[in-house]
Design a protein around this ligand. Structure first.
Ligand code: ATP
Length: 451
């Protein structure tokens, strides 16, 4: 690249509010404005939609942040930053008037440093405190503009910039509707089903055949019409064009994302798995499952390497995940990786909300019974310590009989159990993506990627 060009990484987050709006929609409008106002500005990657820690309590929906990475003439940097701020402010104010307290914008000039990549990993899997944010900001002075100041949205904005990694990724074409206030979207379900059948090898989570439900549309009062998720960007516009929508479409844009990759399920020790963290931990079932009123299931697990009672946590399995049937069959001693987000329940303490269960070892269930009477077949009774057995039915006595040991056949199988398609959250890797993982790198958008 010519030396007169500079790379800018623009991060944005928390632009939405409960009364409407969406960070990706603001990003879509911003990209359009950037392309319109700066003729030789180029994107060096598809806009990134970066999902962060799903356990964060103040998220509105899916804890998503966006980064837009552009190459621009050096002398235009200030103008670009000005346009970014104006565009985001106008967007927020078009939904409701908010003083600028939450939404965050960050603009980094040049390479993405390791400190921001680590920041992304932490924002994905843990809670970011203000002091950690400040520690990350200090060394970036001079290269990082935070034109709206330091506020909560800056966490997501910086983390989105930090997702500049060689790792698994997917793409999503997100389309926006002209009226963003009603919860229902007008989409022809049959056309979604047809599109899924045709493009199922390259897309995922379009249609739930078990419940007969369209999965591409959200249900909130926000501007997203539909999201088509896939492995590669090129096919998504074609899929979109085969689906029939019966409401106004403002336009669409393709994002590169960390969705559907299980990126948040990092390996952790159970003893150091804290509240608001995400991950997978090796565990042994310690207390048999209990079914709660309503059908959710909880069971207790402990660290397999540490028998200390303090190293045990509860695992909650929600009915809508479709995993309660498996959870109910667990018995004390079963070994598994339990994966999900650690929340806090009054009265129970830390509770892992289960997103994935990898069952590695099934305990044999042993049932020991008194021997049968060789004469009449009834169960005998012990005559006392070292005094043999007596049949209560026919009176037969013997010292020769052995206790009857049986192993009950387990219905469960070792393996990986994940939520059913209708319950898959943004970051969770759905069943069809197993085996499709690969390393992605930033890639300049080509063909039709925005409309
Ligand atoms: P949408 O999906 O519509 O963009 P959202 O669910 O992403 O909405 P936000 O309104 O963006 O929700 O709120 C999430 C807030 O949490 C942001 O301010 C973001 O900076 C902050 N945040 C994200 N991850 C973390 C984290 N790991 N620790 C602390 N704060 C975080």
């Amino acid at each position: 690249m010519s030396s007169v060009f500079e790379v800018l990484h623009i991060g944005i987050d928390d632009v939405d509010s409960p009364s409407g709006g969406c960070t990706t929609h603001a990003a879509y409008r911003l990209v359009k404005e950037l392309l319109r106002n700066f003729r030789d500005l180029r994107l060096i990657d598809y806009p990134n939609l970066v999902r962060l820690n799903p356990a964060i309590p103040f998220k509105t929906r899916g804890n998503g942040a966006v980064s837009i990475r552009v190459a621009v003439r050096r002398e235009l940097i200030d103008e670009v930053v000005e346009l970014v701020v104006k565009s985001i402010r106008d967007y927020v104010r078009s939904y409701e008037y908010r003083p600028d307290e939450d939404y965050g914008v960050a603009v980094l000039i040049g390479d993405v440093p390791d400190i921001l990549r680590s920041f992304y990993r932490k924002a994905l899997t843990d809670f970011i405190h203000r002091d950690y944010l400040m520690r990350v900001l200090r060394p970036l002075k001079g290269r990082l503009a935070t034109p709206l100041g330091i506020r909560r949205g800056l966490i997501g904005a910086l983390a989105a910039i930090g997702w500049f990694l060689k790792c698994d990724c997917t793409y999503e074409l997100i389309s926006y509707r002209t009226d963003g206030l009603t919860p229902d979207r007008c989409i022809d379900a049959e056309s979604v089903k047809q599109a899924d059948m045709r493009f199922r090898n390259k897309t995922f989570l379009n249609f739930d055949y078990i419940e007969g439900r369209v999965l591409i549309a959200p249900h909130g009062p926000d501007p997203v019409l539909a999201g088509i998720r896939g492995e590669e960007p090129h096919v998504l516009a074609e899929v979109f064009n085969t689906i029939r929508f019966c409401e106004g479409v403002e336009g669409w844009m393709i994002f590169r994302t960390n969705q559907g990759t299980d990126a948040h399920l990092i390996c952790r020790d159970l003893s150091s798995f804290r509240y608001l963290q995400t991950g997978c931990t090796k565990a042994v079932v310690d207390l048999k499952p209990r079914i709660l009123p309503g059908g959710d299931v909880i069971f207790r697990v402990r660290d397999p390497l540490n028998h200390d009672q303090r190293n045990s946590v509860w695992v909650a399995v929600f009915k809508e995940t479709g995993l309660t049937g498996v959870a109910r069959e667990l018995v004390k001693g079963d070994e598994a990786y339990v994966c999900g987000s650690m929340k806090y329940w009054n009265g129970l303490g830390p509770v892992l909300h289960l997103e994935k269960l990898i069952l590695t070892k099934l305990t044999q269930i042993k049932v020991v019974r008194n021997p049968r009477c060789p004469r009449c077949g009834a169960r005998m009774k012990s005559s006392g310590r070292n005094k043999g057995w007596k049949c209560v039915k026919c009176g037969f006595r013997t010292r020769e009989a052995e206790k009857d040991i049986q192993y009950i056949k387990r219905e469960l199988r070792r393996g990986t159990y994940i939520p059913k398609d209708s319950a898959v959250k943004h970051l969770t890797k759905p069943a069809v993506r197993y085996g499709r993982e690969r390393d992605c790198i930033p890639i300049e958008p080509r063909g039709k990627w925005i409309s």
